[in-house]
Design a protein around this ligand. Sequence first.
Ligand code: FEO
Length: 167
Amino acid sequence: MISKKIEKLLNQQIAMESDSSQFYLAMASWAERSGYNGVSAFLYRHSDEERQHMLKLIKFVNERGGVSQLPALKSPPVNFKNVNEVFEQLLKHEVKVSNEINKLVDNCLAEKDYTTHNFLQWYVSEQIEEERLARNLLDKLNLIGGDKGGMYLFDRDLETMIPEGEN
Ligand code: FEO
């Protein structure tokens, strides 16, 4: 059974994963409209994964005798300046998510909730991978600069890339 405090924090994390999914969906849609089919496919997959992160949390809260709460959907931005801005925002967002996961892990230890602590280790690893991949993609974009051929190849590479950078 989870405490009310941990339940509340897990529900906040559910909201955050839902926001991530919406945010990346907006990015995917922008990329699709802008002719970046590979970037768009990658971001659509990323959005789906964030939804899975949310579902995993919902199921965990329910299994532990808590009550999961679904948040209201926030309306994300419609337009982005360019692909660099998309990945800069994505990395910034993932760093924010990692900080929240870390706080949640701290609270589990303070509450001696070792079950939730154990459950959250998957999220800790996932965040490391997601941040690593986002930094890697930004490095590539900085190397490409304004080179159209480089951008074409970047877009093509993302067509099949898995958002957490593994597999
Ligand atoms: Fe589920 Fe990328 O945070």
